[in-house]
Design a protein around this ligand. Structure first.
Ligand SMILES: O=P(O)(O)OC[C@H]1O[C@H](O)[C@H](O)[C@@H](O)[C@@H]1O
Length: 527
């Protein structure tokens, strides 16, 4: 059913004409904060700061029901084909990233999901054996991960989120950009003799990754090292990279795992397992798997991924806000906005629906963000007094990861951090009147807060899955295909043509040089 034809859509258009005014004390008060709360597993979603009321929330839930959002989520987790455009050539695949972490519940799943789970579990066990073996011989201290897009952003964000737990003596480096300075800085730092290299590419033919792999192999050879004793592959089974003669070991993913949804597969597993050990990687998977279950909860006020999606849709399609700022009040989540940027914008930056028709409504938001409180000293001026309101998703934790703190002027740093987070959400909502227009705050700037006790491997897994399912629910309700990325292909094709031009220029130079060399080579009848 087309999104704009749902009956709840028309009701929401009406309700959007007069959203609640949060600047009024009679509206934004303690009761409201206590009422507009939802919980899933370790996370609480406080959404009093959004421009919603009971009627709007009820109608948003109706929208989800009319769009069969929960059924589509169940179908996705059962391995049904969800990645398709009806009537046109498309990928026609499942999106079974939940199968890469479903090792704990023992829930009865579909045959497809069970087969996928078995494949993923075999790779999980292979990784466990591989890491135990290199541990025995203390073979590697450093890991260099080569990958880009979904083969970098999620794994890197998750690595930084847990960096304080890194195994003693171990380090990780990341080569993602084709900019040669990226690789140069890494080999200036890593101890190549004790370095494991994970080449991560689902397709096995991404320009940046293949180029960086060849470049790094050359560096290893020039250092007198055999790359085959240092390089492992993480790639699609049967991809151009699937050649065991070139690698110490190979870890597989499959076409039913989208790159931006692959953090809990071996794409993230080799890095997190090497850096933190299998126990921590397993806790991370457990958290993601628990949020997978929460996303199936029919009690919508306990299904925060669905509620998060509905709040985004309310802000996007009915209040017509174009972007969403993701502001984690946690320095450890510094690269999470970048991961969520790809996850959301590559999934839902689409202009046609699953029937191949142009959408007459807005779809994916522009996602951006930086950690707080730093962001307060950067772009919060615009968030408070800019012309256009910008919805914000705050993320916060009651406790710091280290619990290493200091009381200054009577409070700890963690208390100061949380106070700022709450103050921002409240002041953006309530605003402030003033006779001086330059000191006036309009308020009614929507935000919600995702809060947990502490950022641990498990709550990180839950957070990752929250964002994955929120993204998928948005696509289900918009009836768009969130699981392909045709939009990235054109740029690549044009780039290849220009690269070929450089190559032929070089050959021509070489031929000219060769022309001169030819005089000598002809002496030896080399040509
Ligand atoms: O993992 P790979 O096959 O190397 O792909 C890496 C990335 O490049 C592609 O262009 C897509 O934009 C991403 O979704 C993907 O994650």
């Amino acid at each position: 059913m087309d999104f704009e034809k749902l009956s709840a859509y028309k009701k929401l258009q009406e309700l959007a004409k007069n959203p609640p005014d949060l600047t009024k004390n009679s509206v934004f008060n303690i009761d409201r904060i206590k009422n507009f709360v939802a919980k899933s597993k370790d996370y609480t979603l406080f959404y009093a700061g959004e421009r919603v009321n009971e009627d709007i929330i009820k109608t948003l839930f109706e929208l989800a029901k009319e769009a069969s959002a929960l059924e589509k989520m169940q179908n996705m987790q059962n391995g049904e084909i969800v990645n398709f455009i009806r009537g046109f050539p498309s990928e026609n695949r499942a999106a079974l990233h939940t199968a890469t972490r479903d090792f704990f519940s023992g829930d009865k799943k579909s045959k497809t999901a069970n087969e996928a789970k078995a494949l993923a579990y075999a790779e999980y066990e292979k990784l466990k054996r591989f890491l135990a073996e290199i541990e025995t011989f203390d073979r590697f201290q450093d890991l260099i991960m080569i990958g880009i897009g979904g083969s970098d952003l999620g794994p890197y964000a998750n690595f930084l989120a847990l960096a304080h737990l890194i195994k003693k003596g171990r380090r990780a480096f990341f080569i993602n950009n084709i900019d040669p300075d990226n690789l140069h800085r890494v080999i200036e730092s890593a101890n190549l003799d004790k370095t494991l290299v994970a080449v991560v590419s689902k397709s096995g033919n991404t320009l940046e990754t293949m180029t960086n792999e060849a470049f790094l192999r050359d560096c290893f050879v020039k250092a007198g090292l055999d790359p085959r004793k240092h390089f492992v592959a993480v790639t699609g089974e049967g991809s151009p990279m699937d050649d065991k003669s070139l690698y110490l070991d190979t870890f597989y993913i499959w076409d039913w795992i989208g790159g931006r949804f692959s953090s809990t597969s071996m794409v993230g597993g080799v890095l997190l397992g090497f850096a933190f050990g299998m126990e921590i990687f397993t806790e991370f998977l457990k958290g993601a798997s628990e949020m997978d279950h929460a996303a199936l909860n029919p009690n919508l006020s306990e299904n925060i991924p669905l509620l998060g999606a509905l709040l985004s849709i309310w802000n996007r399609n009915f209040l017509h806000y174009e972007t969403l700022a993701v502001i984690p009040y946690s320095q450890a989540l510094s690269r999470f906005p970048a991961h969520f940027q790809q996850l959301s914008m590559e999934s839902n930056g689409k202009h046609i629906d699953k029937e191949g028709k142009r959408t007459p409504f807005q779809t994916g938001m522009i996602i951006w963000g930086e950690p707080g409180t730093n962001a307060q000293h950067s772009f919060f001026q615009l968030l408070h007094q800019g012309v256009d309101p910008i919805p914000i998703e705050f993320i916060g934790f009651i406790e710091s990861q280290s619990r290493f703190d200091f009381i200054f002027n009577g409070t700890t740093s963690q208390e100061k951090l949380l106070s700022n987070l709450l103050a921002q959400s409240i002041s953006l909502a309530t605003g402030k009147k003033s006779d001086n227009p330059n000191k006036e705050f309009d308020g009614n700037r929507p935000s919600h807060i995702l809060m947990a006790e502490q950022l641990t491997p498990k709550t990180l897994g839950e957070l990752l899955a929250y964002f994955e399912h929120k993204t998928a629910f948005e696509g289900f309700i918009w009836n768009i295909n969130s699981f392909d990325q045709e939009g990235v292909q054109l740029g690549k094709v044009v780039a290849e043509k220009i690269i070929d031009q450089f190559a032929s220029e070089r050959k021509k130079e070489f031929n000219e040089g060769y022309g001169v060399a030819k005089a000598y080579l002809e002496l030896f009848k080399k040509v």
